[in-house]
Write a protein that binds this ligand. Structure first.
Ligand code: GLU
Length: 450
């Protein structure tokens, strides 16, 4: 018998926000589709017209595109000229009203639903329903005491609006979804969904409810918590490949303790049976570590592109500089910063002359004692030939020896004069990149302040 072709979906409601847990749900669906050669569908559950805006949908689309989680199916986009022309889908529930209407009528006709104060209610079976969840295991749902009084639930409101349980099930049915992979918060809805599938005369799909993502302290991660929104990572200059790698590990494990895993290998190995049952704690340190690893390995061109973008966002226009200068400057930052949002502070000094000095460090290093020393070093740098890192290092060390001080006594004020800060790229290399003229200008400018 031919194996059933896998069809999975990510079905977010557009709230204006893509939660990191939602991103992980999308990823696990996508991984399962790629692993099985199946189809990954994006379905926007936007029946609550009051809350839906085009902008809220864009947040989801941009987030998934950024992560590289492209959906495989759907109507051709109507925007024939936009940057995503030719892209398929997503499906919008708001455009599928007739499917829900038809199904409500079918249930009414068969006495499986009934009208009640203008709304339509579904006749929920009274006997327990067993869920065979691929992650959670077997769960038997009995009616609660409260439900026992009235287990039936509304599927269409009195204003004609179909309700979540109905639209969710009708679409999973119409779209031939084989596996519902979603957050564990939906486990409590699943008995209702199974009952609806049976009322429509079809077997429900397989369910895999994935554990929630918790804060590092074990509390449930809500919308307001640090790191809960995907947009934060996009804006902070994280690499999507680092975040995807991290999200793979949030509830799944390759079983050999490895943490940095190529996506192609995750696709090859990913299976629903390996999803961990316990809730996953968000570990920022691990994410940062992965980010640093991926950042270090970036091809130069992509590193330059992302750097220029991060600097531009901070108001630093690198276009005003020679391309070779920009690249040389950025080369001294590669492997040193983890997240691109650190770059303006780390390497911004290359692109502005109005250096502001860290006040604490200035107090410590721009001292009357240091002034003649720095002056002497400035004059030695003026004669250094060639003006490159090894010569500058030798020059600084020779000057320190002549002055009878440790090199560090000179290193700190020079760095402060050139960059405004006490930490940054290798001092001799950054001076080489700045060049003789700028380096001397900055030393003179600093010398004039104390
Ligand atoms: N719209 C629901 C949500 O965002 C989808 C639930 C499901 O995946 O079935 O939570």
């Amino acid at each position: 018998m031919a194996a059933m072709k896998v069809r999975v979906r990510f079905a977010p409601s557009p709230t204006g926000f893509l939660h990191i847990g939602g991103a992980r749900t999308a990823l696990f669906n996508w991984l399962y589709a790629r692993h099985t050669g199946g189809t990954f569908i994006l379905r926007i559950e936007d029946t609550d017209a009051a809350r839906n805006t085009q902008q809220a949908v864009e947040v989801i689309l941009q987030g998934l595109r950024w992560l590289g989680l492209y959906w495989d199916e759907g109507p051709l986009t109507s925007d024939a000229t936009g940057p995503y022309k030719g892209e398929r889908g997503p499906y919008f529930q708001s455009q599928r009203r007739e499917f829900y209407q038809r199904r409500v009528e079918a249930l009414l006709a068969r006495g499986l639903a009934y009208e009640h104060e203008g709304a339509v209610k579904f006749r929920m079976p009274r006997e327990p329903i067993t869920i065979h969840d691929l992650v959670v295991g077997e769960v038997v749902r009995k009616l609660t005491d409260r439900e026992e009084l009235d287990p039936d639930f509304v599927i269409q409101r009195s204003d004609g609006q179909p309700v979540f349980h109905l639209t969710n099930v009708v679409d999973d049915l119409e779209m031939g979804i084989t596996h519902v992979i979603r957050g564990e918060d939906h486990l409590s809805n699943t008995a209702k969904h199974i009952a609806l599938f049976r009322a429509f005369g079809v077997e429900p799909p397989k369910y895999a409810h994935i554990p929630l993502i918790l804060n590092p302290d074990g509390t449930k991660m809500s919308k307001r918590d640090r790191g809960a929104s995907l947009t934060t990572y996009m804006e902070e200059g994280f690499l999507p490949e680092a975040l995807v790698n991290y999200l793979c590990l949030l509830g799944w494990s390759p079983k050999d303790n490895r943490e940095k895993i190529p996506l192609a290998e995750v696709i090859e190995r990913f299976d629903l049976s390996q999803i961990l049952r316990h809730n996953a704690r968000f570990d920022f340190e691990k994410l940062l570590w992965l980010q640093g690893e991926y950042c270090r390995e970036l091809p130069d061109d992509r590193f330059y592109e992302l750097s220029v973008h991060a600097l531009a966002k901070a108001g630093i226009d690198t276009n005003r500089f020679d391309l070779r200068y920009v690249k040389a400057a950025l080369d001294t930052c590669k492997g040193k910063i983890k997240v691109f949002s650190e770059l303006p502070a780390y390497g911004g000094f290359y692109f502005r002359d109005d250096i502001t000095y860290d006040p604490e460090a200035a107090k410590q290093h721009f001292t009357p004692e240091n002034k003649p020393r720095l002056q002497k070093l400035r004059d030695a740098f003026a004669r250094a030939e060639p003006f490159d890192a090894p010569t500058l290092e030798a020059t600084l060390k020779a000057t320190a020896a002549e002055l009878g001080v440790k090199p560090a006594v000179l290193v700190h004020p020079v760095r402060l004069a050139c960059t405004g800060r006490t930490a940054g790229p290798s001092l001799y290399h950054l001076m080489e990149v700045l060049g003789r003229e700028k380096t001397l200008q900055r030393l003179d400018r600093a010398l004039a302040t104390f």
